[in-house]
Design a protein. Sequence first.
Length: 488
Amino acid sequence: MATFAELISDNSKLSADEADHLAELVAEWRLLADLSFADLVLWLPIRRDEKSWPEGYVAIAQIRPTTAATVFSNDLIGSNINWGARPRIDQALSESEIVRDTQPELVGEIMIKEETIPVNFKGKTLAVISRHRNSDLMRLPSKLELNYREIAHKIFQMVAEGNFPIRNSIYSSESAPRVGDGLIRLDVNGTVFFASPNARSALSRVGFQSELEQQKLGEIFASLHKGDNQPTDESWQTLLSGKFLRRAEYESPDGVIDILVIPLTQGEDRIGAIVLLHNVTELRNRDRALVTKDATIKEIHHRVKNNLQTVSALLRLQSRRVEDPIASAALSEAVRRVASIALVHETLSNQSTESVEFDHIFEQIIKNAIDLNPRDINYTKTGEFGSFDSKVATALSLVITELIHNALEHGLSESGDLLSIEIVKNSNSYKVTVIDNGAGLPAEFNLEKSANLGLQIANTLTKNELQGNIKLFRENGLTRGEITFNTN
């Protein structure tokens, strides 16, 4: 299916600014669908050029209300209608006026009432919204429904006048409060003259138990909890006056409310505003819990890293006091292995996820290994590791440490020391090869039967922790230590 932008570019000659206006409308029109209890379809006139009469229309966007049942079970986006097939859409486009109060028509088994609204921008009609409501649900509406529909009429009029969506809005976010979360209607002076039950509940959560109507909303918020809840740039009286589009968050010891203020206009005159309220107390509590959890996990990794470094230092001291060269070498190898694990926890302590950028860890491993080797190593690396979870990163760091140490200790040539690392990645499959130019492996070498502790550790970790395979072999005069594993 073609995208919104493709449908516009393929069927019209709208400018970038005009296309942006339609995109902003679609980003905001959940409000219109919910307030009017109606399905909305946005019809774009199909024109060969700017001056030609439209051949028909293409549906470029569609939305269903969350406040009522949909009247369309099928998606209309991308469908076409010819000029003359829907006279009310033609009339709204031609006259640039809203066409309402039409007679209901039977669509399937539902009597649907249609209204058409021109989408105007800088004096030009860009498209037409068709609004479809179940006429049976319009009988004996409640006070809430009457207010919602009246507000919808006023915003649709703003669409026809080119004043909605409000340009340069930074509040067209999926996280913004919705009609069903809570709605308050203000008059031109910022006084409440209607509040939905959910809006009353939201205010009750933060401590306001009195009657809302006939009170100024800004004064209510200013008096609720004086202290550190004041907005940064504006007072609550200014922010909630209804004069400007605003987004704010009110927090008290009892709860948190997300607030969106949308001014209502008629022509050049301001006629009031609507305020959408969403009680986000539980969401903010979960956010804080996650932040606390992340901080705790990072602190744990930091302490593990410190403890491992302490263990490493103790082992290093012990190795210097041991006179037996075999015991001293074993302790030095233990120091190296503990340091490899500590590198993973150090990385985890400095980030907010459990995914580890392994290339950084690998560079530390290879640097430490080469710095401790007295010979001049010709080192190369091809390919990138990418990110792994902490379990894979810990096992892989130990395996690679053992292979690199084995190459540096046993596998380098007197004629010129070469150490090469190759990483081949195919989706979630990895092949990591450590290559050296040493004299090679004994003819009878068998990794499974090798008495080398480091290689036994590498073999066990590869099979048990990485669920992979490891092998050492000679090829083209080079010794290769190859690890293959998947990260699924």
